[in-house]
Design a protein around this ligand. Structure first.
Ligand code: 13P
Length: 251
């Protein structure tokens, strides 16, 4: 049985005071949850304050991105070591918004993934096809390419500290959720690719989160599917009550 992982990707929302207030409200709403791993991913400027506010709770903190160097002349970037220092346990890598707006490719994402894992961060690694790719019958091809390039060189131990988030680009922020059957089909395919490349043990243990317009109303149905092991939530993670409802739907 894989333990569900439910994470909130806050994207570029919330200043420090709003972020701290949100997690103060969230904490008691999910305090009784003992069967789900819970993560919130605020913007960089709020990470330390949120991590302090969540000390001793059952909610971990994640960043939304990182750079694969310890320090140096990389203006505007943040090292995984600095994220650990700020109180993060996790980082997201490979979100479609980073792939699209910041032109991050599979090779660079693979470098980031390996580096972040080596520093001790846990990683949610995002993949997903666009609407044009899906309609053109290229979904499996795209997912396989993102997995093959993105996961290259990982060891079995690495997989124990990461999840994959399947986020169809057409479902992100659009209100168009994949149906539970569409999510299950894609997740089963992702697991089969991982099985073929890294073996049965890795594939069976790997958590695959679904992301894309997850809400309290559809979360339970999506996460009831055998290959859907949690959620990566955008808009509905910005409010404590809706995020808590999704967490509580997971376990
Ligand atoms: P929405 O839940 O707002 O569709 O965003 C999903 C997402 O991109 C999470 O990383």
């Amino acid at each position: 049985m894989r333990r569900p992982l439910v994470a909130g990707n806050w994207k570029m929302f919330k200043k420090i005071a709003e972020a701290v207030e949100m997690v103060a409200t969230l904490k008691p709403l999910v305090a009784g949850s003992t069967t789900v791993d819970i993560v919130v991913c605020p913007v960089f400027t709020s990470l330390h304050a949120v991590a302090q506010a969540l000390k001793g709770s059952n909610i971990e903190v994640g960043a939304q991105n990182c750079y694969p160097k310890e320090s140096g002349a990389y203006t505007g970037e943040v090292a995984p070591q600095m994220l650990l220092d700020a109180g993060c346990a996790w980082t997201i890598i490979g979100h479609s918004e980073r792939r699209e707006y910041f032109k991050e490719n599979d090779e660079f994402l693979n470098e980031k993934l390996k580096y972040a894992l080596a520093t001790g961060l846990k990683v949610m690694f995002c993949i997903g096809e666009t609407l044009a790719e899906r309609q053109g019958g290229k979904m499996n091809e795209v997912l396989k390419r993102q997995l093959t390039g993105g996961l290259q060189g990982l060891t079995e131990a690495d997989f124990g500290r990461m999840s994959i988030a399947y986020e169809p680009v057409w479902a992100i922020g659009t209100g168009l959720t994949a149906t539970p059957d569409q999510a299950e089909e894609a997740h089963a395919f992702v697991r089969s690719v991982v099985r073929a490349q890294f073996g049965e043990t890795v594939a069976d243990a790997l958590r695959i989160q679904y992301g894309g317009s997850v809400k309290p109303e559809n979360a339970a149905e999506l996460m009831a599917k055998p290959n859907v092991d949690g959620a990566l939530v955008g808009g509905a993670a910005l409010k404590a009550d809706s995020f808590a409802a999704i967490v509580n739907a997971a376990g």
